[in-house]
Ligand binder design. Structure first.
Ligand code: SF4
Ligand code: SF4
Length: 442
């Protein structure tokens, strides 16, 4: 076949032997080529559609109002790259990174075509790094900070400064609390509330020896080699600790440990050798078995915002490789991750168990929730994008009449809190650990 037609052959014959391996974008050329531009990745399904005001699911397409920024646009550009027809330029790079990798598009597409949109978007960033054009300067800075100081902020302060005098992490315990960079440096209130919850439930917990960054922004911006080294180091340290359960109050750290470390290490979540739990899963169990009593009233009209990394992106990982045949059917069977099995009930059950809480629904919630705009290294690279999307989501939250906005991710909390403050609004923005803590304190 001459070079003129080479691209066409790729279009009609995407690779037949495939794997869910984001390190090779060729694995997702089929998904890119079979996108029918139906925009299910952009709009909330009409069966759930809450009306004209909040009908979009993609922060990127909603803010930029241009097809190229939607998942379908990104996939079309990358398909052109795979065919050798499109090359990287500054705009293409911006389009690929002005996106929170929130997974809303993946959920929408899988209701139509079962295309692996989220993995395709991740693989495009890996390609950007391999091609020498990515990541963005803000991501490189985070990677440098982590290398030099072990934390994403480049802070020279002690990571354990958050520990209050009355908290006594054990040297050895079955439960290991992974604090994460934000709770260790910028959001002590989350780490301290978590420690108080453990104390109230008489849970003996330990910390990781010389804890360092989980590598979220490094992985999310496509630097997989660096992220794999972090994954190996952290998983080895966790195994060495002897703890059976890793508990974290950070949604993004949770996703890294539960989904992306296994993805990077080519193992299943079930084979990690320990359990990964978000604080809400751990506390839900404690409340339901009577070990933690939440008696103190909190009289407020409350909204719970589903953080992407705790909800649709949190389904366990299982490596897969096989063949794609007629009509795109794959062999062996592939169990798709469609976002429906995220952590949705536990935080709601906890909040509903607090006396006085009036928990109200949002038009877009659970797997259809609209991302706050901050996660996965996006706020650091595109602060205006994060701000615009936080304000769009806050409008929906205000319309629900919320007095208190609760989330289970420090990135969401900080992005919302900053914009609530700048807008002069009196809505309370809290992490769920703080809400639980206020309900158990006498
Ligand atoms: S929902 Fe899927 S098939 Fe439809 S436009 Fe989006 S990526 Fe393409
Ligand atoms: S991951 Fe989120 S922001 Fe990015 S294209 Fe998909 S829906 Fe849009």
């Amino acid at each position: 076949m001459d070079s003129k037609n080479e691209g066409k052959q790729r279009y009609y014959k995407p690779r037949a032997e495939v794997a869910l391996d984001i390190e090779d974008m060729e694995n997702f050329v089929y998904d890119m080529s079979r996108c029918i531009k139906c925009k299910g990745c952009t709009w909330v399904d009409h069966t759930y559609m809450p009306g004209a005001k909040f009908m979009t699911r993609c922060p990127s397409a909603t803010m930029y109002e241009y097809d190229a920024y939607g998942a379908y646009g990104k996939m079309r550009i990358a398909h052109g790259m795979a065919e050798g027809k499109v090359e990287w330029n500054d705009k293409a790079l911006e389009i690929m990174y002005a996106c929170t990798l929130c997974g809303a598009c993946d959920v929408g597409c899988k209701r139509n075509l079962d295309l692996e949109v989220e993995l395709t978007l991740e693989s495009i960033r890996v390609k950007a790094v391999k091609d020498g054009v990515g990541p963005l300067p803000a991501h490189k800075k985070i990677a440098e900070n982590v290398k030099k100081t072990g934390n994403m902020f480049g802070s020279s302060k002690k990571r354990t400064e958050w520990i209050p005098a009355d908290a006594k992490p054990a040297d050895k315990a079955d439960v290991l609390y992974f604090v994460g960079c934000t709770a260790s440096y910028t959001n002590h209130e989350i780490a301290q509330s978590t420690a108080k919850i453990f104390k109230a439930a008489k849970v003996n917990y330990m910390l990781l020896k010389d804890e360092s960054c989980c590598g979220n922004a490094i992985f999310s911006s496509g630097m997989v080699d660096e992220a794999r080294e972090i994954a190996k180091k952290n998983v080895e340290a966790m195994k060495k600790s002897g703890a059976k359960k890793l508990v974290t109050a950070c949604a993004e750290g949770y996703r890294m440990w539960k989904v992306d470390y296994p993805k990077l290490l080519n193992i299943a979540t079930a084979d990690l050798g320990f359990e990964v739990l978000h604080l809400v899963e751990f506390v839900d169990e404690l409340v339901k078995n009577g070990s933690l009593k939440m008696k103190k009233e909190f009289n407020t009209r409350m909204v719970y915002h589903d953080a992407c990394s705790l909800s649709r992106l949190s389904e366990p990982w299982t490596p897969w490789e096989g063949k794609r045949g007629w009509m795109g059917c794959v062999e062996p069977r592939l169990k798709r991750r469609r976002g429906t099995n995220g952590v949705y009930e536990q935080p709601r059950d906890i909040l509903k168990a607090i006396p006085g809480v009036d928990l109200v629904s949002l038009p877009r919630e659970r797997e259809n929730a609209y991302c706050c705009g901050a996660g996965r290294g996006t706020k650091e690279a595109f602060p205006e994008f994060a701000k615009w999307n936080a304000n769009h989501r806050l409008e929906e939250i205000r319309d629900a009449g919320a007095e208190t906005l609760v989330t289970a991710c420090p990135m969401c909390k900080n992005n919302f809190a900053q914009n609530v403050k700048e807008n002069g609004n009196d809505m309370q923005v809290m992490d769920i650990s703080e809400v639980i803590c206020s309900a158990i304190e006498s």
